[in-house]
Design a protein around this ligand. Structure first.
Ligand code: ITT
Length: 209
């Protein structure tokens, strides 16, 4: 650890996912924070059982290594017909190597699913970790359904297969501001922005009896 700096105006982005980096950068811009890449810090294996714990693992690792506050997102796609799979394992679904292969695998797994079984949701948990160990946690979700083939060129990951409820468009057919306003990550980050509107939120202190 490189000294403790809890000043939230310089924050490290604790992710190696370029799609997340773009969305975090865009959604956090109104706060005026300086967002730094994590450079040579390696993220830990995501071996916890929840999005919250995995996001905290990533954010804490980077915050401790850099001595600065760090922000991480752990997210996933939960498909009803697959009883919530791939969930926290979305980045390594079926051991496939990249987004395209994972999308093909998802379609294979859903080949026999009835139309009503194709409902799904995206979940994002964003954790802001401070070098003194304090954590802030924000969660967002969006519901939709998995199409039988991809549509759209924007976004990343499972976006081309996920049609957002009420919009009739896939997440990959949305421009950046629209994805931000409806998406799981956009919602989690809106909650973070609200909490920080007037500076860092007050920390809860436990009272000693
Ligand atoms: P970092 O851990 O470095 O942040 P990662 O891609 O490994 O990157 P996760 O472990 O949180 O991140 O995996 C989430 C996966 O869920 C991601 O790789 C995508 O396949 C999928 N996913 C998450 N958010 C998504 C989004 O907004 N659109 C499409 N797919 C998404």
């Amino acid at each position: 650890m490189v000294g403790v700096n809890n000043d939230v105006r310089r924050v490290v982005l604790a992710t190696s996912n370029q799609g997340k980096i773009r969305e975090l950068t865009e959604a956090l811009a109104p706060l005026g924070w300086e967002l730094l890449p994590m450079q040579d810090v390696t993220l830990p294996p995501e071996d916890a059982a929840t999005y919250e714990e995995n996001a905290a693992l990533k954010a804490c690792t980077v915050s401790l290594a850099t001595g600065l506050p760090a922000i991480a997102d752990d997210s996933g796609l939960e498909v009803t017909a697959l009883r919530g799979e791939p969930g926290i394992y979305s980045a390594r679904f079926g051991d496939r190597k990249n987004d395209t292969e994972r999308n093909v695998y998802l379609l294979e797994r859903l080949r026999d699913a009835k139309a009503t079984d194709r409902s799904a949701k995206f979940v994002s948990v964003v954790v802001l970790a401070y070098p003194d160990g304090h954590l802030e946690t924000y969660r967002g979700e969006v519901t939709g359904r998995i199409l039988e083939g991809p549509r759209g060129e924007q976004g990343f990951g499972y976006d081309p297969l996920f049609e957002v409820d009420g919009l009739g468009r896939t997440m990959a057919e949305l421009d950046v501001p629209t994805k931000r306003s409806v998406s799981h990550r956009g919602r989690a980050l809106a909650a973070l922005r609200d909490a920080h509107r007037d500076g860092p939120p007050e920390r809860e202190t436990s009272k000693l009896e």
